[in-house]
Design a protein. Structure first.
Length: 201
């Protein structure tokens, strides 16, 4: 059953006189063989994580498959809930969180991710790092990440979160424990509508 935990979502809000902005963390489980393998090793409900700058989720930034039909070609990807990937894996389950952060940190995060967008061809999927993660060893490789390693890196570098572990040892479910993270939705990703869309229906 799908659950909309919040009915309202604001891009800006005021907290003690400080203007804040929202980012969105999406943890998901697609049902691919790799996601089942990760679930088995981590004993986690969700096995993939992406980051977005608005609740429409038209652009989700992460590391994963570059082609839905090819599990062996991976790297930096810009996903979308309307993409071919989620149509192919149409039973993908997800949980969405909203995180409030300062405008300064928000802009720092956008600049960091923009670098990945502009240089996406140099980035590879950190397959070796994912393997060593299974043995609780963090392997950092130049221009190579897996999904949770990427999200942990950019959030940490933007000073939105403070890590208690190495980026290469962070798993997708760890992002559900971020202090102040607001749960927005849980259910099939194809059934999701942003809270602002719900308010107009």
């Amino acid at each position: 059953m799908n659950r909309y935990i919040l009915r309202e979502c604001y891009n800006y809000f005021m907290f003690e006189g400080i203007t804040m902005k929202s980012i969105y963390i999406v943890v998901s489980h697609t049902g691919t063989w790799l996601s089942h393998l990760i679930r088995w090793f981590t004993n986690s409900e969700y096995t993939h994580v992406s980051i977005a700058f608005d609740s429409s989720l038209k652009e989700l930034f992460s590391f994963g498959r570059k082609q839905p039909s090819n599990p062996f070609k991976g790297g930096f990807v810009i996903e979308s809930i309307d993409s071919e990937f989620f149509k192919r894996f149409d039973n993908t389950q997800c949980r969405i969180y909203e995180i409030k952060t300062s405008v300064e940190n928000y802009n720092r995060l956008k600049e960091r991710i923009q670098y990945f967008v502009e240089h996406k061809e140099i980035f590879k999927y950190n397959v070796l790092g994912l393997i060593t993660y299974m043995f609780r060893y963090s392997l950092n490789r130049r221009n190579a990440y897996f999904c949770s390693q990427f999200v942990a890196t950019v959030l940490s570098e933007s000073e939105i979160i403070t890590l208690t572990n190495e980026c290469g040892l962070v798993k997708p479910m760890d992002f559900t424990q971020i202090e102040g993270a607001i749960p927005v939705y849980e259910g099939k990703i194809l059934d999701y509508h942003s809270p602002t869309q719900l308010l107009t229906q």
